[in-house]
Design a protein. Structure first.
Length: 268
């Protein structure tokens, strides 16, 4: 199936079933160069020409954009999801968050792009890195702590097409994350909650999480699952995958054997 036919199918799904469509867009320089060479336009323009922009679409990354691309995203109401840790890990670049907001892109949120692209799925860490990466790469056009909190809350909700979450107002889902402000990590900075959360925030400081009125995390522990069981299962699968890969990499096989010996007191 060609790329164009694939996108056409997704467009039909969106129209026929009224669902949101998500993809990646303008993530790498090579993608941008390829689109310019093959179609004579930027990735954003190619999506526009093929009716793949609008309030039912949202795209991860959106890094390699010019002013016209950003204007098009704003005018079409297309959503953007910035994934800063993944972008750093893959050397992709940095999302122009502040420029997008200034241009009128309201549907803009934060994502982790999965554990395989960030080595974690830690939204607290993602907020901090989003702020720091923007400061590093965009200087005077960098986003603020308040911008990051917007992306992590109401901006993210808008991106997903949700009007029942994202803000604490009557009639919306009671979604709350409570942080332990007595932690030593916050000492000296409690006067500015936004900066504290974004610059000093850590998932280990999360005490309670309430989703639609139900407590799902209490004292930092998940209540709906057996954490130890899930952790052991993940380690088991990881070990199995490494064993398979080690057949092609002798050095990896040696490391695995050494690791097992250490953990079992010398027994295999």
């Amino acid at each position: 199936m060609t790329q164009k036919k694939c996108y056409a199918q997704r467009l039909n799904l969106q129209k026929n079933y009224d669902v949101m469509v998500h993809e990646h867009l303008a993530e790498s320089k090579s993608e941008y160069d390829f689109t310019i060479e093959q179609f004579g336009c930027s990735p954003v323009e190619w999506f526009r020409r093929n009716n793949l922009l609008g309030d039912r679409f949202y795209y991860a990354h959106c890094i390699h954009l010019d002013e016209q691309d950003i204007k098009v995203l704003a005018e079409t109401g297309t959503g953007v999801v910035s994934c800063p840790i993944s972008n750093m890990y893959l050397s992709s670049g940095s999302c122009q968050v502040r420029n997008m907001m200034d241009a009128g892109v309201e549907r803009i949120g934060l994502g982790v792009d999965g554990a395989a692209s960030s080595n974690s799925s830690n939204m607290m860490e993602e907020m901090r890195v989003a702020y720091l990466l923007n400061r590093l790469t965009h200087e005077e056009n960098a986003c603020t702590s308040e911008d990051i909190l917007y992306m992590a809350t109401s901006g993210g909700a808008k991106t997903l097409g949700r009007n029942d979450i994202g803000t604490l107002v009557p009639g919306k889902a009671a979604d709350l994350t409570l942080l332990d402000w007595t932690s030593l990590s916050y000492a000296g900075g409690r006067n500015d909650p936004a900066d504290c959360i974004v610059l000093s925030g850590d998932a280990r400081m999360v005490d309670t999480v309430i989703v639609n009125g139900e407590i799902v995390v209490e004292k930092g522990r998940l209540l709906r699952i057996d954490e130890w069981q899930k952790s052991a299962y993940a380690d088991e699968i990881n070990h199995e995958l490494l064993q398979r890969a080690s057949k092609h990499f002798p050095s990896l096989q040696e490391e695995i054997i050494s690791s097992v010996q250490e953990s079992t007191g010398g027994a295999l």
